[in-house]
Design a protein. Structure first.
Ligand code: 1CP
Length: 347
């Protein structure tokens, strides 16, 4: 048996046709962070592991968490269950996922010696074999039902975690570094970029049908810094991976939409602050837009969710992949999520 028939099923799938900008019968729909705490079956599975990292590093469990939202919600794509922080870890910065708090890095980058000490490129990506295994197991279990999305954090967002040691209100340590030592900042971004390219190539080889880059903290940078410290690295990553369609989700980067319009990606993800027409006018006619319902809409009554979703679909028009404007919040009622998905699917 060869892999070819399986691959063909996915290539023709609604989600991939839409991502390539082809005319489709309806917009496909999935949710950022769909594999996770909104599902009771995820919480049950998670309870078998001492911590998040042990879970992520068990390919069979990661595959199960990846497929749960496809079974439960009927979304048009699966996203591999992992985290963007596996990349800094592979480069040598260990993190802990603190329950109900989030990720914490006990050691952070403070200067040139720290940057020099980091692994990068293939050398670093080689330790991410567990993600590749999870992709392989998932791909096999999906058996062509829906495409499988691989992902990584964008270099600036990974840089931010490596400097801050976790989430931050101001990102002032990371932003300060860009002013205080631009050369060292570029060195670190370079190392993150080569690692991310090697990592994403591995994801493609393991079966990822589309790749999404999460630039969650894009909106923290002034436009000139985003252009200098984020855009060129995103572009390098996109150019290095011609095999599959790519989505760049740069949260809060409304000011960079023209740059994103020129990037070698097919899909541009939008947060809920960005009106679809505003984005379309800036990225141009070719790009597919993904997004962007306010995740809090899903706490509303079903009629309100339905109306807001239909209005979003009207505002986007063609070349659209329906999603939220950021990840779904863990305490979102499942019925709200279901109403959103079913409305897009015309059910
Ligand atoms: O034990 C748990 O359940 C921990 C919660 C959790 C989960 C389910 C974390 C901690 N990460 C994840 C999975 C995850 N992370 C996925 C899985 C696939 C899916 O989307 O369903 C993905 C794509 C991510 C990506 C991710 N991790 C991003 C980018 C997207 C975004 O939300 O902006 C970011 C910023 C992270 C870091 C992270 N991991 C976890 C938390 C709580 C955070 C945010 C921390 C912060 O506030 O900075």
């Amino acid at each position: 048996m060869s892999d070819t028939p399986l691959k063909n099923i996915s290539t023709d799938h609604l989600f991939l046709r839409a991502a390539r900008g082809e005319q489709v019968e309806r917009p496909p729909v999935w949710l950022m962070r769909q594999a996770g705490r909104i599902l009771p079956q995820y919480r049950a599975l998670r309870a078998n592991f001492p911590d998040f990292k042990a879970f992520v590093k068990t390919p069979e469990a990661a595959a199960e968490a990846t497929i749960q939202p496809v079974d439960e919600l009927g979304v048009d794509a699966a996203i591999i269950f992992s985290d963007i922080l596996v990349v800094p870890e592979a480069m040598g910065l260990d993190y802990k996922m603190v329950e109900s708090v989030g990720p914490r890095f006990p050691t952070v980058i403070t200067g040139a010696t720290d940057v020099k000490g980091l692994r990068s490129g293939q050398d670093a990506a080689a330790s991410l074999e567990y993600v590749f295994n999870a992709l392989r197991v998932t791909k096999k279990a999906l058996n062509g039902r829906v495409p499988l999305i691989g992902f990584a954090g964008a270099p600036w967002t990974i840089f931010a975690y490596m400097l801050e040691g976790g989430g931050s209100k101001t990102f002032s340590k990371a932003r300060r570094m860009l002013y205080a030592d631009p050369a060292l900042s570029h060195q670190l971004l370079e190392k993150i970029t080569t690692t991310t390219i090697a990592y994403l190539k591995g994801q493609i080889a393991a079966g990822a049908d589309l790749l999404q880059l999460f630039d969650s903290w894009a909106g923290e940078l002034p436009p000139a810094h985003y252009r200098e410290f984020a855009v060129p690295y995103l572009q390098r990553i996109c150019e290095a991976l011609p095999e599959v369609p790519k989505t760049v989700f740069a949260k809060g980067a409304w000011f960079a939409l023209e740059d994103l319009g020129e990037m070698s990606c097919q899909v541009v993800g939008l947060d809920w602050n960005t009106p679809p027409a505003f984005a379309r006018a800036r990225v141009g006619a070719d790009k597919v837009l993904q997004g962007n319902l306010d995740p809090c809409t899903l706490y509303a009554q079903p009629e309100v969710i339905r109306e807001a979703t239909l209005e979003m679909l009207r505002q986007f028009g063609p070349k659209h992949i329906a999603n939220l404007g950021h990840g779904v919040y863990p305490d979102t009622p499942l019925e709200g999520v279901r109403t959103f998905v079913n409305t897009v699917k015309g059910l």
